[in-house]
Design a protein. Structure first.
Length: 208
């Protein structure tokens, strides 16, 4: 596997499963660095917002470390960015987890709590493996279609329009599993701990 020479910046916002991501990039012989200051952003070509944690805490940490506006610049400069789980959620305008805290607002839409499920077996938080239903408009080709990915979350993204979404079924409803919006890839699932299917998605990200 050969890729153009690049450095992937893993943005540190006080949360996230960074160790698994670092191992993933080592698998692809791609250098990754932890980004916790604006200065380190300039050294990177692509970026990851990892998952796990609280919406409000994460946004406030980004503001304190002067990374909030820098992430918006990443989008404006069209550097590719992968947001994973909470890392995708903070890219939206707002979240029911912290109604008074504004998100980055890069992706139009909001984040809502998963609820109103008819089946008692569909518990919250949603933790486990689910099969992906891929939109015909998806830019991922067959990369996600009918593949199983690992989820761990209590909130779900609701884009205001079709952003080349893919979906998964939970609680008798179709929930957003991923988006592909301009230079932004967002996944509600965790590719870094989803085995071969997850590695293929990271491979796709590195090839952009």
């Amino acid at each position: 596997m050969k890729y153009k020479k690049q450095i992937v910046g893993i943005i540190d916002y006080g949360n996230g499963n960074t160790k698994s991501l670092i191992r993933s990039f080592k698998y692809f012989n791609t250098k990754s660095v932890i980004v916790d200051t604006p200065k380190k952003i300039k050294k990177c070509d692509k970026f990851i917002l990892p998952g796990v944690g609280n919406f409000s805490y994460s946004i406030k940490h980004l503001i304190r470390s002067n990374l909030f506006d820098e992430i918006k610049l990443i989008h404006q400069k069209e550097n590719f960015l992968l947001g994973i789980c909470l890392g995708m959620q903070v890219l939206f305008e707002q979240s029911e987890e912290s109604r008074s805290v504004r998100g980055l607002g890069i992706i139009p839409g909001k984040v809502v709590k998963m609820n109103n499920f008819k089946k008692k077996i569909d518990l919250i938080p949603h933790i486990g493996w689910n099969k992906i239903i891929q939109s015909k408009k998806s830019k991922f080709g067959n990369l996600l279609k009918q593949k199983n990915f690992y989820f761990s979350h209590s909130y779900i993204c609701e884009p205001t329009s079709d952003l080349n979404n893919s979906f998964f079924k939970y609680g008798g409803k179709s929930q957003v599993a991923s988006i592909n919006y301009k230079n932004i890839i967002g996944t509600q699932f965790h590719p870094e701990i989803s085995g071969l299917s997850g590695l293929k998605l990271i491979d796709y990200f590195l090839k952009q």
